[in-house]
Design a protein around this ligand. Structure first.
Ligand code: F1P
Length: 359
């Protein structure tokens, strides 16, 4: 399929292991920040916000907190929704200073994120900025800023920055739990090593993904079905199918597909389903049943999972929390390869901009 390595966006995808390493190294800084906030004011509510891919990173990063027994109000929202509907709630019912707003933005300049930052500070929340851009507005103005410069892409598309921001969000949630004496079953350095290995394995097996991109090229639309913490990755992949390959795509919580979406059987020739499942996740058996049911009904469905019997095997042997970062990479490659097959140049994105500077 031509020489993929001449494309900037392809090379950036191969750099995910490097940014995972750099972001993983930020754990002690993050733990220090959360520890300081807890000892200064206590933390009673946390908002994780961003836009586009950065919002999906926020959504995934909050999952360990949302699923924990910690009694803390936690909300994930796109920065615009936060501004319109939630920013006035910050600190209203609680002592000022006890709310934290964690803002995710590769550029650190997205307008909604900046407005959300200003609004949160005005209301007395403590703010943490996660960005790839040193000296950006977010970096300069958040109470605490963590910058992973290695994750800043040369191209427009967020790929390695999504992985980095997702990881920083997850580490924040884990630090919050641990500092509240809630056990998190995760050996971080081992998990980071496994993640890097899995990403390297995906990149060295791009051939299999070329086959999938070629086999599905006649499809007009993609739906990515994913349960639990794979859902933010389905959203992110779905955005990449639009951004890189100009293809209609949708993310669906896996079992929700049965609730109406089945009607698309009528257009099965145009639709490609990709089902994501993780063997260690509590949803796995039901998701596999769904996949079999969809195939039996006549849908073209591909199963991506960490079991060797899957249509695409994701070489993941770690735990649940970091798995989504391993799952996103093959989907990035497919969007890229599809774009090439459709005759586009993925290094020349159309109709989108790197940063949205107005609202
Ligand atoms: C995020 C974002 C991207 C999207 C587009 C515009 O920006 O929405 O996800 O692909 O290019 O920007 P940022 O706040 O992370 O810089």
């Amino acid at each position: 399929m031509g020489d993929s390595s001449k494309y900037v966006v392809f090379n950036e995808m191969t750099q995910l292991p490097k940014v995972v390493e750099a972001s993983g190294n930020k754990y002690s800084v993050i733990e220090g920040v959360i520890g300081e906030l807890m000892s200064l004011h206590g933390i009673s509510e946390a908002y994780y916000i961003g836009c586009g891919s950065s919002y999906y990173a926020a959504l995934g990063g909050a999952i360990p907190l949302l699923r924990s027994p910690l009694n803390m109000k936690t909300l994930t929202q796109p920065a615009s929704e936060f501004l319109f509907y939630y920013s006035d709630l910050v600190g209203r019912r609680i002592q000022r200073g006890k709310s934290i707003v964690v803002l995710f933005s590769r550029s650190g300049e997205t307008k909604e994120v900046l407005l959300a930052l200003d609004e949160s500070r005005k209301r007395g929340a403590k703010t943490i900025g996660f960005t790839c851009s040193k000296g950006s507005y977010l970096d300069r103005n958040a109470d605490y800023s963590i910058v992973v410069e290695e994750c800043l892409e040369e191209g427009v598309y967020m790929t390695k920055s999504f992985a980095a921001l997702y990881l920083l969000g997850t580490l924040t949630s884990i630090a919050m739990l641990r500092l509240n004496n809630i056990h998190v079953d995760l050996n971080l350095s081992r998990e980071i090593t496994l993640l890097k290995e899995a990403l390297v394995n995906v990149s060295s097996g791009v051939r299999a993904l070329e086959d999938i991109a070629a086999k599905t090229i006649s499809k007009k639309a993609f739906a990515i079905l994913a349960p639990g913490n794979l859902y933010p990755v389905a959203l992110e992949a779905s955005l990449k199918f639009k951004e890189i390959a100009y293809t209609f795509s949708e993310a669906i919580h896996a079992l929700e597909f049965r609730h109406g979406h089945n009607a698309l059987l009528e257009r099965r020739n145009e639709l490609q389903l990709i089902v994501l499942s993780l063997s260690k996740d509590s949803s796995h058996e039901k998701t596999l049943n769904l996949y079999r049911e969809l195939a039996a009904r006549g849908f073209d469905a591909l199963l991506f999972s960490d079991e060797s019997t899957a249509d695409y095997f994701i070489p993941w042997s770690g735990g649940v929390y970091l798995a989504p970062i391993a799952y996103i990479l093959p989907l990035y490659y497919i969007a890229f390869l599809r774009s090439l097959l459709l005759g586009y140049n993925p290094d020349k994105p159309m109709h989108i901009s790197r940063v949205v500077l107005s609202i």
